[in-house]
Design a protein around this ligand. Sequence first.
Ligand code: DQA
Length: 147
Amino acid sequence: MTRPVFILNGPNLNLLGQREPEIYGHDTLADIENLCRETGKKLNLEVEFRQSNHEGVLVDWIQEAGSGSAAVIINAGALSHTSIAIMDALKAIPVPIIEVHLSNIFAREEFRHHSYISPIATGIICGFGPKGYQLGIEAVYESLKRP
Ligand code: DQA
């Protein structure tokens, strides 16, 4: 049995559904979790889905994922644009890292164009809404088939 895919979500993503729906849509984080679980089931991948508003908690989970996961899919929210601590934690783990954003960060304010995660990610998916998480799990599946 392969280790679970950790799907980590950062600040304010608990508010999806109510938060700026014109940008982030109407799906809640629970809807996205269900989509991830369904996708994982189809591909026979276990999914560990978490959200925190706290940088240090995310760092702890990334460290846990280093020995306990097959891959990390991460939407770090605004911390993508600010957190060297999250970048360093991701750099220290030996598993594939997929960066996901619901919105197309490059079509938005300039401060969102830079992500500390992008240079160290295996791949980046942005602008496809919740579907991006599904694409991330499919990408992990493909990379596990062909390491
Ligand atoms: C986001 C984009 C970030 O710029 C923003 O701070 C978020 C959500 C996205 O999923 O589109 O919180 O990561």
